[in-house]
Write a protein of this length. Structure first.
Length: 491
């Protein structure tokens, strides 16, 4: 999909798309048309009434500039949000593809011009992400995506806004594409190769630590979880150094369990196929790093991805084992299906020690308890720093990737104390499962500002419980990519 800008709403196009507010009698930004077309538009406006997401197509007879006009309902003006524009733009793009068009045009309404950069970002993101479909393993591929022209008044900022939005959307799509890969096609080594290719193309430093070195350097969590599989674990590091040399980096850490059987504490068979999505945190980091490097953001960012396959093999770690983590603490294993916190603890401690970062943000499909608490449309955030939480929350409102803060007091830290080791890898029964998992992560770092995003409920679409959005087709959602890119750009 190619996206360009044009300042004329009278350009030749197969489909000219205009937005309509609820209870409105006009199409925002539409140029004057002949009386016959005007009559058709007026009748359509009465029928659709600008209801959110409702689309109407009007054919234009004769040799006109536009072959068809599409009216897209935005709902009530006071209810319009960034996600409204993203949602409706996605429906427009999908309709253009269904019509097998080569291209279409969207008019940016004059009422949006005061914040045209933001509106254009949402239009681009909504349209581009809505045209993504995972068809890698299908004989019959999805029809080619049509190109899109954005019609907006002249502004030097518009072209830049389009470029940024395209890169952000591409990062999210890249994350989805990898996260959707089946476990036989995506092992820890595969993820490492993706990281190497991105880094080589965008001139980032990439380091991959493999099994022998992981064990030698004391990555006890990653080593323990990964040793039950023939696909050896990896610790992947990517460095985007485009800020001042003395600037402390932002470290992003993503859990990447390429498949999670639960290990010896075997999961139930039902829906176990979805455990290919247990790598979504790591895929999120890959997508962010790809966009950060392509946008050449003038900051320092480090991506760290601990990647394993959790299998119940002959050498698998067991309930009752005591392992030593990278930070020197010992952990009692009570459940091998609580593996994500073990590999993340190693990566968090390593990131803090190696890079002395300004802040650490981690992403993980960590706990089913998060779904019980918040459902499938909101992620949990747990943090040791109010300012960091506030900044991420502000960005979440821009990107409509919703998060909700959960507390982390000393009482929760006490719940992971072990009788035979420093800590244990699950809390007390089922109580506060998301928070006790975060407590385990907090114990891995010292005093660096840190935020943990539990994306277990939002990383992929999970049936009717997931809100239907055209830019999140079935499968991985890429949650967190746009959110953190917004946060990083605001730095």
């Amino acid at each position: 999909m190619k996206i360009k800008r044009d300042s004329s709403a009278k350009r030749k196009t197969e489909l000219l798309c205009g937005f309509v507010l609820e209870d409105s009698n006009k199409v925002l930004g539409l140029p004057k048309v002949d009386s016959k077309t005007t009559s058709s538009i007026n009748q359509s406006l009465k029928d659709m009434n600008g209801k959110l997401g409702k689309l109407t197509i009007i054919p234009i007879p004769g040799k006109k500039q536009a072959q068809r006009i599409l009216l897209a309902g935005l709902g009530k003006k006071e209810n319009i949000t960034n996600d409204t524009i993203r949602f409706v733009s996605g429906k427009i793009a999908q309709t253009a593809r269904e019509l097998k068009l080569k291209e279409f045009s969207i008019i940016v309404p004059p009422t949006f011009v005061n914040d045209s950069v933001s509106s254009i970002s949402q239009i681009v993101e909504g349209a581009k992400m809505s045209l993504y479909k995972f068809d890698k393993f299908k004989a019959e591929k999805v029809d080619k995506s049509p190109d899109m022209t954005i019609i907006v008044s002249k502004s030097s900022k518009i072209s830049k806004a389009i470029k940024i939005a395209e890169s952000v959307a591409d990062g999210a799509i890249f994350t989805k594409s990898i996260a959707n890969l089946p476990p036989n096609e995506c092992t820890p080594t595969t993820l490492a190769n993706f990281a190497k290719n991105i880094s080589k193309k965008n001139k980032m430093k990439c380091t991959v630590i493999s099994q022998p070195e992981l064990k030698k350097k004391g990555f006890g969590g990653i080593t323990a979880v990964g040793k039950g599989s023939k696909n050896e674990p990896k610790l992947i590091t990517m460095e985007h150094n485009n800020g001042p040399k003395n600037q402390k980096p932002i470290v992003l850490v993503g859990k990447a369990v390429t498949f999670d059987t639960g290990g010896i504490s075997l999961k139930p068979g039902q829906s176990m196929d979805e455990m290919k999505f247990d790598k979504c945190g790591g895929c999120t980091v890959l997508g962010i790093m790809k966009s950060v490097s392509e946008l050449k953001l003038p900051i320092n960012v480090v991506g760290i991805i601990p990647s394993v396959e959790n299998m119940p093999g002959g050498e698998a770690y067991r309930p009752g084992d005591i392992i030593k983590l990278y930070n020197g603490k010992t952990a009692e294993i009570l459940n091998t299906d609580a593996e994500g916190r073990l590999i993340l603890a190693d990566a968090l401690a390593y990131g803090e020690k190696q890079y002395s970062p300004k802040a650490i943000i981690d992403f993980a499909t960590l706990t089913g308890a998060c779904i019980i608490a918040l459902g499938n449309n909101v992620a949990a955030i747990v943090s040791n720093n109010e300012q960091l939480t506030e900044k991420i929350t502000t960005s979440s409102k821009t990107t409509t990737e919703e998060i909700w803060e959960l507390p982390l007091t000393q009482d929760y830290m006490d719940m992971i104390k072990s009788d035979v080791a420093d800590i244990k890898n699950i809390g007390i029964g089922r109580a506060a499962g998301t928070i006790t998992a975060a407590a385990f992560l907090k114990s891995a770092i010292k005093d660096t500002p840190w935020a943990h995003l539990d994306i277990a409920g939002v990383a992929w679409t999970q049936g009717a419980a997931t809100k239907d959005k055209p830019y999140n087709p079935k499968g991985a959602t890429g949650f967190g990519v746009r959110l953190i890119l917004d946060y990083l750009q605001k730095l």
